[in-house]
Design a protein around this ligand. Structure first.
Ligand code: CA
Length: 236
């Protein structure tokens, strides 16, 4: 068993293909066909991964996403969407999803993504396991981030992204490299997922930083990507 998966999908043929493919890769799969049943199932115990169709018959998929994130804070949440509308994807990511797949889902892509999503700590570039940058401490073995001693609560991919940036502070990382390191070794295509996670990290870091404390900033490197930059003390 490589992971417990909750599949929420109302389409019988798509659900059948996904569930049997996941089972053949040794995932322990529970398949629910409505948002309500998915939420009820999620409330009964932790899962490693949720595959969530956004177009559900009973509830709005984005709302289901938000509630699943609240019930299952540690799981990896991947949206399935038949809609090409970028807004759905962005709204879903903001509601707590870690990634998305557009239907029709190619099984090879699904499995590549899931392997990458469930991989923990193996982020290619190894820095010190515990990294202190000003008042920010990223503790990879404990999967914990603190700012001036206060805990910063991050979603799995937000943590992975911050840990990746913190492993090499002051270094500009390309968008493609960050996508490959944090999401999928074979990533190609849109990097919208990255931008939404960077925005969430910036907001959370800002929210928990007490006045006068030094916390690194995620700086946009125009036309390239991002770097984590140590804050300059106010009195300099
Ligand atoms: Ca559907």
């Amino acid at each position: 068993m490589v992971g417990r998966v909750l599949l929420v999908e109302d389409d019988a043929s798509i659900g059948e293909v996904l569930a049997s493919s996941l089972r053949s890769h040794a995932y322990d799969v529970v398949w629910e066909r409505t948002g309500g049943a998915g939420l009820a199932r999620a409330a009964t115990g932790p899962v490693d991964l949720v595959l969530l169709d956004l177009g559900l018959p009973d509830l709005d998929g984005v709302e289901v996403c938000r509630q699943l994130r609240a019930t299952q804070p540690g799981c990896v949440l991947v949206m399935l969407t038949a809609r090409s509308a970028e807004m759905d994807v962005v709204v879903g990511l903001e509601a707590g999803a870690d990634d998305y797949l557009v239907k029709p889902v190619r099984l090879a892509e699904l499995h590549a993504r899931l392997r990458a999503q469930l991989r923990r700590g193996g982020m290619g570039t190894t820095g010190p396991a515990v990294r202190a940058l000003g008042d920010l401490v990223v503790d990879v073995p404990r999967h914990r981030v603190t700012v001036a001693g206060g805990e910063l609560h991050l979603r799995p991919k937000e943590f992975d992204l911050l840990a990746r940036l913190a492993a090499q502070p002051e270094v500009a990382h390309s968008r493609e490299q960050l996508m490959a390191d944090v999401w999928d070794e074979n990533w190609f295509g849109s990097t919208k997922t990255l931008d939404v996670h960077v925005a969430a990290l910036r907001r959370k870091l800002q929210e928990v930083t007490p006045p006068g404390r030094r916390v690194p900033q995620i700086v946009t490197v125009r036309g390239h990507g991002y770097r984590l930059e140590l804050a300059v003390p106010d009195d300099r």
